[in-house]
Design a protein around this ligand. Structure first.
Ligand SMILES: Cc1cc2nc3c(=O)[nH]c(=O)nc-3n(C[C@H](O)[C@H](O)[C@H](O)COP(=O)(O)O)c2cc1C
Length: 210
């Protein structure tokens, strides 16, 4: 029942009303959500898939899920929202994710124009222990986004979605996956709202049908 009310609310807000050509009722043609992650043993990848699942519940949305090394300039700049995921390595993000963030400049040249400005950003993390760096890991990814003038949001937790993968209950449980889906959904909802805010209605009307 609560889910039904939520869907009705989102319809009323224009988040899930789409026409046959993928446009929302007010002509918004869609948003691109990029979920980029590093994962060696599969935990962060599982969270990435759940984040993507949550984002896909919001229409009109196109979601791509990629390992950080596979992200192209086109992926990065076409994204309206970027959600970064990392395992915790020594209480911080994995080197692969940091290298990807550094590549925003080295490979993709985002500075000095701040080319990622006003994209929505969020983070998720998996760590072996309960209190051993997940929040720091998410915050360090979010800090890089803030430095790029992105619009940082949370969801699935105060700093993003996270999972504890070792110890008494190894792997990722349903509650942690639900948090990841919540994060993906919230990011997509905010990205739709931001894009709507930045796109004048006449602009949307002019581009419809193309
Ligand atoms: C080099 C290394 C350092 C790690 N450091 C931490 C740590 O500081 N805190 C923690 O909670 N887990 C730590 N872990 C555990 C991983 O964060 C955890 O197993 C994670 O879920 C792995 O993600 P993946 O399956 O996506 O590779 C570390 C693992 C490795 C390989």
């Amino acid at each position: 029942m609560i889910q039904l009310l939520r869907v009705l609310f989102l319809c009323a807000a224009g988040f899930v009303v789409t026409s046959a050509n993928g446009q929302s009722a007010d002509g918004l043609r869609g948003i691109n959500v990029l979920v980029a992650y590093h994962s060696l043993s599969g935990n962060t990848e599982r969270m990435a898939e759940a984040v993507a699942e949550g984002a896909r519940t919001v229409s009109p949305t196109h979601v791509s899920v990629k390992r950080v090394q596979q992200v192209t300039a086109e992926d990065l700049f076409a994204a309206d929202a970027i959600i970064l995921g990392s395992p915790v390595y020594w209480s911080n993000m994995a080197g692969e994710v940091k290298a990807f963030i550094d590549d925003w400049q080295f490979k993709f040249g985002v500075f000095p124009e701040f080319k990622l400005k006003n994209k929505v950003g969020a983070a998720f993390a998996t760590g072996g222990q309960i209190s051993s760096g997940k929040e720091l890991t998410m915050l360090s990814m979010l800090a890089a986004m803030l430095g790029n003038y992105m619009i940082v949001v949370s969801g699935g937790g105060a700093f993003g979605a996270s999972a504890t993968t070792e110890g008494n209950s190894p792997g990722i449980d349903e509650q942690e996956l639900a948090g990841a889906r919540d994060l993906g959904q919230r990011v997509a909802e905010v990205a739709v709202a931001v894009k709507r805010g930045f796109e004048p209605p006449e602009g949307r009307a002019a581009s419809s049908g193309q």
